[in-house]
Design a protein around this ligand. Structure first.
Ligand code: CP3
Length: 342
């Protein structure tokens, strides 16, 4: 499978027999079979049950016919396993009970030992590697994005406390980002050792930073994670939202693939990143709620902006939105497979 997968070929900018497609946040949200199986409680509990997590990973692969699976887990699972004191509350999202505010909080982030701290995640990966006939994407949160939850205490609009920490106490910030980089790196290396065929580094909120702040406070630790994976030989995907002004910097961090949200057309993104990295994206997830015809015409535009050049992984520009009709996603997969010219 591995060598012939359209997804892995596109990640390496090699010509494949079709444009591969998968959807960020393809598990859950829109799938009735997810809601039936998942039950109540925090996602952190579901992730601790390998058979369940494996099944939740497989559901969208069966339903949509996508070219890759993404592990059912969360970017906050590793720091939660270290005991920082966080919950992912259904309907509300992540909550850190005592947010990180000073150098004294750094002791709460000891080094991660994946086999000891996250055995259930690695067991899920092993089950999936044996069962899947498409590649499994492992993932981790980039230091900036994970730090934003630890510092803000949850989701944020303006990242004010995170930015204040960067500028007021840069040494503390760099130590925090450095520890989170080691945690992400250990997580991803263990996922690959257990059978993940590609990895995605989610720096979802990096687009909140100016170029100068991104270069100084976020890029170095993300680069450390991506470059620390180089010897493993698996494709690395580097993703964020609202990152149009950062794409060239992200492309220099070491990944084979750079994610693009819907705000920048793929032909413009290509000019910003240069010839090397493959591009992943970039349908606006909201259009999937507009109905199939609207989503289909945008999909055709995106395929044409990709220009029939190898190195395009079709995806949404961000995750599947709640309320999306699963049939729209299934039909989009067919459309990309039928009409995409890699
Ligand atoms: O389908 C997949 O993509 C696989 C699993 C996955 C989850 N989270 C499961 C999840 C992945 C790849 C993530 C990544 C993640 N988690 C990111 C980066 C991607 C992005 O959206 O930018 C971020 C920022 C988080 C943090 C997080 N986890 C938030 C903000 C929330 C709550 C709101 C929401 O998005 O639903 C979660 C909870 C979460 N993670 C759920 C799922 C399926 C939802 C609820 C649940 O079933 O408990």
């Amino acid at each position: 499978m591995a060598g012939s997968s359209a997804f892995l070929k596109a990640c390496r900018s090699e010509r494949a027999d079709r444009v591969p497609v998968w959807f960020m946040r393809q598990a859950g949200r829109s799938l009735p079979e997810y809601r039936r199986l998942r039950g109540e409680g925090s996602i952190l509990e579901a992730v601790r049950r390998p058979e369940l997590a494996a099944e939740l990973t497989l559901q969208p692969v069966r339903r949509y016919g996508v070219d890759a699976a993404i592990l059912f887990s969360d970017i906050l699972v590793p720091v939660a396993a270290l005991g920082v004191g966080l919950d992912v509350v259904p309907g509300r999202g992540p909550v850190v009970h005592e947010p990180f505010r000073s150098a004294a909080d750094l002791v709460r982030l000891r080094p991660l030992e994946p086999e000891v701290d996250l055995p259930y995640v690695l067991e899920t990966v092993r089950i999936l590697a044996a069962e899947l006939d498409v590649p499994l994407i492992g993932f981790a949160g980039a230091p900036f994005t994970v730090a934003s939850y630890l510092v803000e205490g949850g989701a944020s609009r303006d990242y004010a406390r995170t930015k204040a920490l960067m500028h007021d106490e840069p040494a503390t910030w760099h130590e925090l980002a450095g520890r989170l980089a080691e945690i992400a790196l250990a997580t991803l290396r263990a996922q690959v050792a257990a059978g993940a065929a590609a990895v995605q580094l989610f720096d979802s909120w990096a687009g909140a930073l100016s170029r100068a702040d991104y270069e100084r406070f976020a890029l170095p630790s993300s680069r450390r994670v991506l470059q620390g994976l180089a010897d493993l030989g698996v494709p690395r995907i580097h993703f964020g939202v609202c990152t149009g002004e950062l794409l060239d910097l992200m492309a220099g961090a070491g990944a084979e693939v750079v994610g693009v949200d819907w705000r920048v057309p793929l032909d413009a993104a290509r000019r910003r990143v240069g010839p090397r990295p493959a591009l992943q994206g970039n349908l606006d997830p909201a259009l999937c709620l507009a109905g199939f015809d609207a989503a289909a015409s945008e999909t055709r535009r995106i395929l044409s902006e990709a220009g029939g050049r190898p190195g395009h992984v079709f995806n949404l520009g961000h995750g599947v939105l709640p309320g999306t009709d699963p049939d729209v996603l299934a039909r989009l997969v067919e459309l990309v497979h039928d009409e995409g010219r890699p």
